[in-house]
Write a protein that binds this ligand. Structure first.
Ligand SMILES: Cc1cc2nc3c(=O)[nH]c(=O)nc-3n(C[C@H](O)[C@H](O)[C@H](O)COP(=O)(O)O)c2cc1C
Length: 214
């Protein structure tokens, strides 16, 4: 029997979680105004929880040409690895470059950073938790990533999550003049999907979930 919820928004929320997928085939179009994208990302940044309300998440929204600049930076960085002999030229030409160009074909990228330096006072104040604050800051950042990813999908975008740090960190900080304390974690690429996402398999839920006291 399907579970009954009191609030239809709960069903809608879970449905959004279910339909959020990794979309790699994207085009540089947007179903909504740039202001709406900006508002969506801002609200996610504002309302994502953080340990002790430390609010260490930092976000940069890149649209259109600025988004393309990001992926040009990544392409140049990977090309540099080829020159340095660390990535085979064939791998770069046949796999890496087409993949990076597919990201470049999107409409925008959300850059997610963590400001670990901002945790210094609270680490001192709660010394007993000092080692936990960095992982908690990252967990909080991941929550914001998930919220933005799901909300963008809800508005008709497709998105995929990338991790090209630290390779592109310096260039990004320079290009957009970002504070040195902003440590890049993830890049969420988005655009209008041009293909269905690949099939997804699921482990049996019984192997992943237990309930007691029902
Ligand atoms: C923490 C995390 C890191 C990920 N890193 C990458 C990544 O670097 N590159 C990538 O293409 N996908 C990345 N993904 C996407 C996963 O591969 C994808 O979410 C997973 O296979 C499930 O597919 P779905 O997103 O379509 O549901 C990441 C996902 C998560 C949650």
């Amino acid at each position: 029997m399907a579970a009954q919820f009191k609030n239809p928004a709960t069903t809608a929320l879970l449905e959004l979680a279910k339909t959020r997928r990794s979309h790699y085939a994207l085009k540089a179009e947007s179903p909504i105004a740039d202001e709406a994208i900006e508002h969506l990302v801002q609200q996610a940044v504002l309302h994502t929880p953080s340990s002790f309300n430390t609010q260490t998440g930092r976000v940069v929204l890149l649209l259109k040409e600025e988004h393309q600049k990001l992926w040009d930076i990544a392409i140049a960085a990977l090309e540099g690895l080829v020159t340095a002999g660390r990535v085979p030229k064939e791998t770069f030409e046949n796999q890496t470059k087409p993949k990076l160009n597919a990201f470049r074909n999107g409409y925008g990228t959300v850059l997610f950073f963590v400001d670990y330096d901002a945790l210094a006072p609270i680490k001192e104040k709660f010394a007993i938790y000092a080692d936990n604050f960095n992982p908690w800051a990252l967990e909080s950042n991941a929550m914001a990533q998930y919220l933005v990813w799901t909300a963008l999908e809800s508005e008709g975008f497709g998105a995929n999550l990338q991790h090209y740090s630290p390779l592109i960190d310096d260039q990004i900080a320079k290009q957009w003049n970002l504070p040195a304390s902003w440590k890049l974690d993830a890049q969420l690429v988005f655009g209008v999907p041009t293909a269905q996402p690949g099939e997804k398999t699921f482990m049996p839920l019984e192997e992943r979930f237990k309930v007691f006291g029902k």
